[in-house]
Design a protein around this ligand. Structure first.
Ligand SMILES: [Zn+2]
Length: 148
């Protein structure tokens, strides 16, 4: 079985699409979209790849692109909120377990996009419902810049 495909079925996005969404979230706003070539640079991929990833995200209704400028849709914002919440909860768990913050952050990025809501809520309760993640960013009200 193709792992990437089964994860996509469960989460709605692939790892590359997740990275692209987070990149757009961190580097754009409703008024100021991000350029496609800037996405490619930040993700460390070639422009044709970023074009393809953005095309897939657009097909899923998560981003809108026009004249090479990309921004999140409302649905894309919600998907980022979900991923970032998952990220901050598991990152906190890892750090509480003694894992250095940067390792916790990197490792969490590899699975934060395909976790069930119930799992994340259970872990959040278990670790004592902290208000902020190890980077000091809010866990429950994950609005704002949305760095992971
Ligand atoms: Zn992080």
């Amino acid at each position: 079985m193709n792992d990437e495909k089964s994860i996509e079925r469960k989460s709605g996005v692939t790892r590359k699409e997740r990275d692209c969404l987070i990149t757009v979230r961190q580097n754009s706003s409703r008024q100021f979209p991000i350029r496609l070539c800037e996405i490619a640079r930040l993700m460390g991929v070639k422009p044709p790849s970023s074009l393809e990833i953005v095309g897939r995200l657009e097909g899923k209704g998560l981003v809108k692109s026009r004249n090479g400028m990309v921004k999140l849709t409302a649905q894309g914002q919600r998907e980022c909120d979900r991923i970032i919440l998952n990220h901050r909860v598991f990152e906190s768990l890892f750090v509480q377990s003694g894992i250095p913050v940067e390792d916790a952050c990197r490792e969490t990025g590899s699975f934060d996009y395909f976790l069930d809501r119930g799992t994340v809520e259970a872990v959040l309760q278990k670790i004592g419902n902290p208000e902020v993640c190890p980077h000091g960013r809010p866990i429950k009200s994950s609005s704002g810049k949305g760095a992971t």
